[in-house]
Design a protein. Structure first.
Length: 110
């Protein structure tokens, strides 16, 4: 009986770990972040524009689109996207959809 129980537990464990390993193959990146010591933001009155920067130091320059649905946070508080131009040159992070290269939110630390 002990032998059968041990065998059953081994089979269940193997199936569990196999399913866990398979789950990782279907991961989809829905958001990526680009941190900058100096945000480079260009925005127009219709609340469209771009943010440029690099995801890493050796990575290529990225051009990320700003749309009216992009959210802006300054010092942890959500503010109007109209203030995005004021954040140009400040330290922050741009979160964006890697497929569309569209900013979902911009966070400025100060």
């Amino acid at each position: 009986m002990k032998k059968n129980l041990s065998y059953l537990l081994m089979v269940i464990s193997a199936l569990f770990f196999h399913q866990t390993a398979q789950a990782g193959k279907g991961l989809i990146v829905v958001e990526q972040a680009m941190e900058s010591m100096s945000l480079k933001i260009k925005i127009s009155k219709d609340l469209t524009g771009i943010v440029t920067g690099k995801v890493c130091q050796s990575c290529e320059l990225q051009v990320i689109k700003i749309t009216p649905s992009t959210q802006l946070y300054v010092a942890g508080k959500k503010v109007s996207l109209k203030l995005a131009g004021d954040q140009n040159g400040k330290e922050g992070v741009v979160f964006f959809n890697p497929d569309t290269k569209t900013a979902t939110r911009i966070t400025s630390y100060k």
